[in-house]
Design a protein around this ligand. Structure first.
Ligand code: FE2
Ligand code: FE2
Length: 500
């Protein structure tokens, strides 16, 4: 629990304290502070003063809490450190057409920034400059892909692309096989660079430059600590694998396994839960008959009881998924307190948005690891539409999907691959910060691998194969837990299934 700065203080004392800092407290809100219903820590009070708010009431308090979460070191507990780098609060309100236009503009500029200094993009010009010039010498553009048409004979692909100054047709010839492959697999609405030349009407590409990530050094923690990755618990489903999950709980409590395995459990300080904590209610037609627990409050109560058994010296970092009681539009705000109250009572739990960024295990002599969390709702779309991902195994190859999104530096580039909510000051789905770990779930298939020193992790699930999954050709691998030693960055997959 946070320290209570106003412990034992009367309503009057609280009001006069804030008054001396030019803040008017709503009287009913002062009551809540006085009777302990709202607990304000010293840090929080300093923050409110520093933010120069004029009125403190329920709504300004909520805003400050959300801001505080994003801006402050929220680490608590012993042996772990969790800093929230980006978590998006509820951003309600009617969305207008102009918000969507603005959203795509923000995305363009964020990705343009990642691309503009690339050596391959020499003589960079705006689309309007290219269109107004008769100069046929080599040049480059950075543009968003609007349309893609393959010629009937398969000898070229024509792309319609645009930047904020205009749109132009780009021709990609099949003679250059590598570039042609790239074009075939380009997601629409992604932002990429083209170098080539133009006749003032059409741009003839001789290379396509995708944002990708640079090869980064592999960070290693000074201590022997571990992180484990859970996702898709689906508590409440008839197919929830309770015995398997209980085996995991027993292990993490040091009650299961040989001496070495128990030692690893005791050194595990970070547990990620990457969405679909519960099976939810009304997620798909006819779900009722698949539910053991049909009440959403009971579902969260049950999953919280299980997570409460995890020792408190381990941080649990939780984001929502598409089965959770959250809006579907991404970024999904942290799980609503209304439904998931029992999770908020866990002192070692951090509830963040989907997607979000955290930094873990920093200390005065170590910068910590940056972790990008995304449940993976958009994965279904790319599994079905991108030829390269289909050829690499689709749902059976989460690594290929995650690598693909990392290369385009966006979690859901193509419009329609996820539902999104605009009106932030940036596109939160852009992967602007290169993470040390990119963590996801959703497709119920475990994988862990490295790409340019970023560890890609897809969590397993705790739900046996459902009729729906059977129909769409999923091969879930339940009850597995990817684990990483943060000192060596070596990883493996632990199995908790009774039928190994
Ligand atoms: Fe799931
Ligand atoms: Fe999911």
């Amino acid at each position: 629990m946070a320290d209570n700065f106003f412990l034992g203080k009367s309503k009057k004392e609280i009001i006069s304290f804030f008054f001396s800092h030019n803040i008017l407290v709503n009287p009913s809100f002062a009551d809540k502070i006085s009777n302990g219903e709202v607990v304000l820590s010293k840090n929080f009070v300093d923050f409110a003063i520093q933010k120069r708010i004029t009125v403190l009431d329920d709504s300004s308090y909520k805003k400050l809490v959300d801001l505080n979460k994003v801006l402050f070191d929220t680490s608590k507990g012993e042996g772990y450190s969790v800093k929230v780098l980006a978590s998006y609060p509820e951003n309600a309100g009617k969305k207008e057409f102009k918000d969507f236009v603005r959203h795509y503009n923000l995305r363009y500029h964020q990705l343009q920034n990642l691309l503009k200094n690339r050596q391959e993009l020499s003589h960079l010009k705006s689309v309007s400059k290219v269109l107004s010039s008769r100069d046929r010498s080599p040049c480059s553009i950075i543009a968003m892909v609007d349309e893609k048409t393959e010629s009937k004979k398969g000898t070229s692909i024509s792309l319609l692309v645009e930047d904020p100054t205009g749109e132009i047709k780009v021709i990609v010839k099949s003679k250059n096989k590598e570039m042609y492959d790239l074009a075939v697999n380009l997601p629409l609405d992604s932002v990429v660079g083209f170098s080539g030349s133009s006749d003032g009407r059409i741009f003839f590409a001789n290379s396509i430059i995708i944002p990708d990530i640079p090869q980064a050094p592999m960070k290693k923690a000074p201590e022997d600590v571990y992180a484990v990755f859970l996702s898709d618990i689906h508590y409440g489903s008839k197919k929830f694998l309770e015995d398997d999950f209980n085996r995991f709980i027993q292990w993490i409590r040091g009650e299961l396994g040989d001496e070495k395995q128990r030692e690893v459990a005791s050194k595990t300080k970070y547990i990620f839960v990457v969405g679909d904590l519960v099976d939810g209610v009304g997620i798909y037609r006819g779900q009722d008959s698949d539910l053991k627990i049909p009440d959403i409050y009971e579902q969260y109560k049950g999953v919280a009881e299980l997570l409460n058994k995890i020792p408190k010296d381990k941080a649990i970092i939780i984001i929502p998924g598409n089965h959770d009681a959250d809006r579907l539009a991404e970024p999904q705000p942290p799980l609503p307190k209304k439904f998931a109250a029992p999770l908020y009572e866990l002192e070692n739990a951090f509830l963040l948005s989907n997607p979000s960024y955290v930094n873990i295990h920093s200390s005065p002599n170590f910068p910590g690891f940056n972790v990008l969390l995304y449940h993976g709702f958009s994965f279904d779309y790319y599994v079905a539409t991108i030829p390269k991902i289909i050829a690499q195994g689709g749902y059976d190859n989460p690594e290929a999907i995650m690598k693909f999104l990392l290369q385009f530096r966006h979690l859901a580039p193509e419009h329609g691959s996820s539902v999104f909510a605009p009106a932030y000051d940036k596109d939160p789905m852009v992967i602007d910060l290169v993470p040390d770990f990119f963590v996801s779930g959703h497709i119920h298939k475990t994988s862990i691998s490295n790409y340019k020193n970023v560890t890609l992790v897809c969590g397993s699930c705790w739900q046996a194969r459902t009729a729906f999954q059977e129909k769409v050709g999923h091969h879930p691998e339940p009850s597995r837990v990817p684990i990483v030693n943060l000192k060596t960055r070596k990883f493996k997959i632990l199995k908790f299934s009774s039928n190994k």
